[in-house]
Design a protein around this ligand. Structure first.
Ligand code: BV8
Ligand code: ZN
Length: 305
């Protein structure tokens, strides 16, 4: 078990964070682990004894839409039943001007860039906004535009027909009866890899607009991350980067910490600062000024009590 960070490291982090002007967070599956959502790579990143990273691709969907839809049905159920955890709530607080001004008096912006598709960071913001409108604490408006879900949302359904623009949120569980039936035929997801259930394409989710095969509204490898141009500007400006619960396996997210670390060279001020909050070492650790190894809900509560 990692030794808890010493008080000196925590005080130094708070001092540096307090000096920051433009703060971004790069978050991954570890941020939602405490909400009961499996990460990609813990436990070997397996689902039905299949490597999940081979399922989140356009090629996998083309080759076997039945299997990929069953994978996303499993994750949709998990995500739509999950609640934000303490780490989501701490990050949501940082998007509220009064709280941000307390911990970072010079901060001009705070933005959360998440690779997660579970919507929990947005849900935490909405719950905070609700609490602040009804609560007595003085507050500024929660910045609902401060979260960027760069890999899309698992609750979205998208049409595969390039002529059709259908992309809508659909919270139904299951999305169609065939996915519900497949669920019941599998006793346990982990060992169900041996029991391939093939759902005919016509029984998979269809686009309500044009009838073509629908797909999960997420961004797969080889597809363009969302809000790419805005994200680029945020990363260019940032002088503080919190890396939370991610093994940084894919670009462009994996480049953000090193770009911010190196920013001093191109904007004439000191290099940006990087702080990692992760249960195990990551490739950002070597570029980080602060590394807090432990569950992010615990570590974030230590630095932002
Ligand atoms: C892009 C879909 C540019 C959503 C995912 C060759 C061909 C094609 C493309 C490429 C190529 N080579 C490189 C690329 C680029 C590609 C890429 O990087 N590929 C990789 C695989 C090599 N990237 C892209 O294609 C991206 N787009 O570059 O666009 C472009 C421009 C113009 C035109 C076209 C393109 C898009 C990438 C999207 C990938 N989509 N999934 C979904 O189903 O979720 S990837 C998927 O894996 C997730 O989205 C997520 O990003 C990633 C998982 O990573 P993590 O979140 O970090 O999860 P992981 O389990 O790995 O780690 C969790 C960590 O948390 C661990 O370290 C663990 O220790 C820690 N942890 C656990 N519990 C806790 C904890 N920490 C703290 N507290 C805890 N409690
Ligand atoms: Zn359509």
């Amino acid at each position: 078990m990692n030794s808890p960070p010493n008080e000196v490291q925590i005080q130094e982090f708070r001092r540096i964070f307090g000096e920051s002007n433009h703060i971004i967070v790069v978050a991954g599956a570890g941020l939602s682990a405490a909400s009961g959502i499996p990460t990609f790579r813990d436990g070997g990143g397996m689902w039905r004894s299949l490597d999940v990273t081979t399922l989140a691709t356009p090629e996998a969907f083309k080759a076997n839409p039945s299997l990929v839809w069953q994978f996303y049905h499993y994750r949709r159920v998990k995500a739509l039943q999950a609640k934000p955890n303490k780490a989501h709530r701490i990050l949501a607080r940082l998007s509220e001007p009064h709280f941000l001004a307390k911990v970072a008096p010079k901060a001009k912006s705070f933005n959360l860039i998440t690779q997660n598709v579970d919507r929990l960071s947005v849900t935490a913001l909405k719950e905070l906004a609700e609490e602040l409108t009804t609560g007595a604490t003085p507050s500024g408006r929660v910045r609902m535009d401060s979260v960027f879900e760069i890999h899309g949302k698992i609750s979205d359904v998208k049409c595969t027909n390039p002529e059709c623009e259908y992309l809508e949120e659909d919270l139904s569980i299951p999305l169609c009866s065939s996915l519900g039936i497949a669920d019941t035929q599998l006793t346990d997801y982990q060992d169900a890899g041996t029991k391939e259930i093939n759902i005919p394409e016509e029984d998979l989710p269809r686009c309500p607009k044009c009838g073509a095969l629908a797909r999960p509204g997420v961004v797969w490898a080889g597809e363009r991350s969302l809000s790419w141009d805005i994200i680029n500007q945020l990363v260019f400006k940032a002088d503080m980067c919190l890396v939370i619960g991610t093994s940084l396996p894919v670009t462009p997210a994996s480049t953000f910490p090193m770009r911010i670390r190196g920013r001093g060279a191109n904007v004439g001020s000191g290099p940006g600062k990087v702080a990692v909050f992760n249960v195990e070492p990551t490739k950002a650790d070597e570029h980080a000024h602060f590394v807090f190894h432990g569950p992010c809900d615990v570590e974030l509560s230590r630095v932002f009590p």
